[in-house]
Design a protein around this ligand. Structure first.
Ligand code: IPM
Ligand code: MG
Length: 366
């Protein structure tokens, strides 16, 4: 099958990890007889350097015309990078928010799964890890604090700043529906996370989630306050199946969830709209401190490519092959620095990509 894929290498370690994911996809294409046409577009600092803005209209149009977008990471070191001397709406992150909003990617799926091979890299005690855990954070991605009105101003000589958190029922309903649908394909449990003891937006969130839940009587629904959820994630992560939450809470909780899986370098993500189209990116940042040193863990990006095969291209067997290849390489004891433990073999970004690409050929053919 022919598919058009837009690659966004981005900044920092982005080009290295996207390069490895593409290497793995090339092997998938060879093995299964597909043809992927790639086009690269600039986003974030890389785009600022060339065009003066973090995302051009042409880049957005190119992304829109693809079957799927595979992205690395964007942004730099805010203390030293000239990108952060620009006004906030021209900085790298503004480009990412614009592409999410422009493509209507309201549903952000972030699976956090503890590989049995990585138990030693998990910072939790063995009695807490138990049989391991496997959760999916369903983060609302185009509303809330990220997109509400904001301003910095001065009142009577006193500096002030304001951000607004707005959700309407339609925005809540469509992400809740996605949450319940995916719970049905997993373990039939949704934990909806909010701050309903304080925020009006959370009280509406809770009401609408309950209305949606009525259509999914086979799925268990519980509500949890976000502060409690942050605590439960390190107290008993095994209790979670689908965590359904708004944009800002999802941003914070997904970093926490990724760390309990051993490393943020393992966490993939898919950002979806109502169609098959999606933007796939690791949940981690651009790690400018290790950029270009062959140290970054490419696995989150490779697993994001697997999600792309599954959700946008409908290639389940190929997605399984990538996920199994990752597991095989971990099983053989290969680790990048971030997930390294005693007795394992430490490899760089490129070697990890080579090993996973080679392992694609391990299983039976299609
Ligand atoms: C993420 C990132 C982004 C976010 C940043 C880079 C704007 O932290 O994808 O989690 O906050 O959504
Ligand atoms: Mg984040």
């Amino acid at each position: 099958m022919k598919h058009k894929i837009v690659l966004i290498p981005g900044d920092g370690i982005g080009p290295e990890i996207v390069g490895e994911a593409k290497k793995v996809l090339d092997h998938v294409c060879q093995k299964y007889g597909h043809e992927f046409q790639y086009e690269e577009v600039l986003l974030g600092g890389a785009s600022i350097d060339v065009h003066g803005v973090p995302l051009t209209d042409e880049a957005m149009a190119t992304a829109k015309s693809a079957d799927a977008v595979l992205m690395g990471s964007i942004g730099g070191d805010a203390a030293t990078s000239p990108w952060y001397r620009l006004e906030p709406s021209k900085r790298p992150e503004a480009g990412l928010l614009r592409i999410r909003k422009g493509l209507n990617l309201f549903a952000n799926l972030r699976p956090a799964y503890l590989y049995s091979q990585l138990k030693d890299a998990c910072p939790l005690r063995p009695d807490i890890i138990g049989e391991g855990f496997d959760m999916l954070i369903m983060r609302e991605l185009t509303g809330g604090l990220y997109f509400g009105e904001r301003k910095t101003y001065e009142e009577n000589g006193i500096r002030a700043a304001m951000d607004t958190l707005v959700y309407n029922e339609e925005e809540i309903r469509r992400i809740a529906v996605k949450g319940f649908q995916i719970a049905r394909k997993r373990r039939n449990k949704v934990t909806s996370v909010d701050k309903a003891n304080v925020l009006d937006s959370s009280r509406l969130w809770r009401k609408v989630v309950e209305e949606v839940a009525a259509d999914y009587p086979d799925v268990e629904l519980e509500h949890m306050l976000v502060d409690n959820c942050a605590m439960q994630l390190v107290r008993d992560p095994g209790q979670f199946d689908v965590i359904l939450t708004e944009n800002m809470f999802g941003d914070i909780l997904s970093d926490e969830a990724s760390m309990v899986t051993g490393s943020i370098g393992m966490l993939s993500s898919a950002s979806l709209n109502e169609t098959r189209f999606g933007l796939y990116e690791p949940s981690h940042g651009s790690a400018p401190d290790i950029a270009g040193q062959d140290k970054a863990n490419p696995i989150a990006t490779i697993l994001s490519a697997a999600m792309m095969l599954r959700y946008s291209l409908d290639l389940d067997a190929e997605a399984d092959a990538v996920e199994q290849a990752v597991e095989k390489v971990l099983e053989e004891g290969y680790r990048t620095g971030d997930i390294m433990s005693d007795g394992c073999t430490c490899v760089g970004t490129r070697e990890m990509g080579d090993l996973i690409a080679k392992a694609i050929w391990g299983g039976g053919s299609h």
